[in-house]
Design a protein around this ligand. Structure first.
Ligand code: KIV
Length: 274
């Protein structure tokens, strides 16, 4: 059964935690989907985890659309969310909405995600226009990596405390995003207290990454979970070590070709020339 906004709401009402993982290509998306996650985010973390950039900022619309289309083709039941790349939204309302629409029209995504800074009028307006037109939007608050240069690095948001003026502003922004029609809200890199306050303040589900335990669901970056070129982030958990497995397989292949063990008799088409 495909995951829909309604089925996410039903899970939330039943008190069941929601799950989301990133994926950037079809083979991994197939496993993520079959593993039972509710949502696959084709994140702009593709920049460093898939496309070889330093960070997410260089990711283009074309790259994001292509990654999202590959994931959509592979996913049978998870909701596929296309992450709008840096400056593909925000420069004008018209371009933002057109670009958001391209994820649904050209890539088969079910929804888009876009980042909002505290009080971010521009993205709240874009969100409202998109949802009015039928483009479901997932919000993203807290540590918003597309604004890393402005924020000054990977700084955890809300250390001032859950009752601070900054926390008040994040809560107010979450409420405005909810009014604008978001169906869920990613909370990244915030203290637990702030994430808890936001989760209590809005009815749509909050999905945390480095936001602690008092949220409605969790998201991780797939390469971190798989240990594929991953960094050791406190917020994450590595469930396996693909680096080790891939390195071993490649080294064994090179060794076997070099010493003549591969290809062997069983890898050769008939008639076999012995
Ligand atoms: O781009 C991404 O992968 C994300 C997640 C970290 C939430 O935004």
């Amino acid at each position: 059964m495909p995951t829909t906004i309604r089925s996410l709401e039903a899970k939330l009402e039943n008190g069941e935690p929601l799950t989301m993982l990133t994926a950037y290509d079809a083979p991994i998306a197939r496993f993520v989907d079959a593993g039972g996650v509710d949502m696959i985010l084709v994140g702009d973390t593709a920049g460093h985890n898939h496309l070889g950039y330093e960070d997410p900022l260089p990711v283009t619309m074309q790259e994001a659309l292509s990654n999202t289309a590959a994931v959509s083709r592979a996913a049978e039941s998870a909701m596929v969310i296309g992450d709008m790349p840096f400056l593909s939204y925000g420069t004008s309302l018209e371009t933002s909405v057109e670009n958001a629409g391209r994820f649904l029209k050209e890539s088969g995504a079910d929804a888009v995600k876009l980042e909002t800074p505290p009080g971010g009028e521009t993205t709240i307006e874009i969100t409202a226009r998109c949802t009015e037109l039928g483009i479901p939007v997932q919000g993203h608050l807290g540590l918003t990596p597309q604004r890393m240069n402005e924020i000054g690095g990977p700084v955890i948001q809300g250390r001032e405390g859950p009752d601070s003026a900054f926390a008040d502003e994040l809560v107010a922004t979450a409420e405005r995003l909810e009014e604008a029609g978001i169906f869920s809200l990613v909370l990244e890199g915030t203290t637990e207290g702030v994430a808890k306050r936001i989760t209590e303040a809005i009815d749509v589900p909050t999905i945390g990454i480095g936001a602690g335990r008092h949220v409605d669901g969790q998201v991780l970056v797939i390469t971190d979970l798989l240990g594929l070129g991953a960094e050791d982030y406190k917020l994450s958990k590595q469930y396996t070590d693909l680096d080790e497995i891939v390195r071993g397989a490649v080294e064994e292949y090179v060794e076997e070709v070099e010493d003549g063990a591969f290809p062997a008799r069983e890898n050769v088409y008939e008639p076999i020339d012995d």
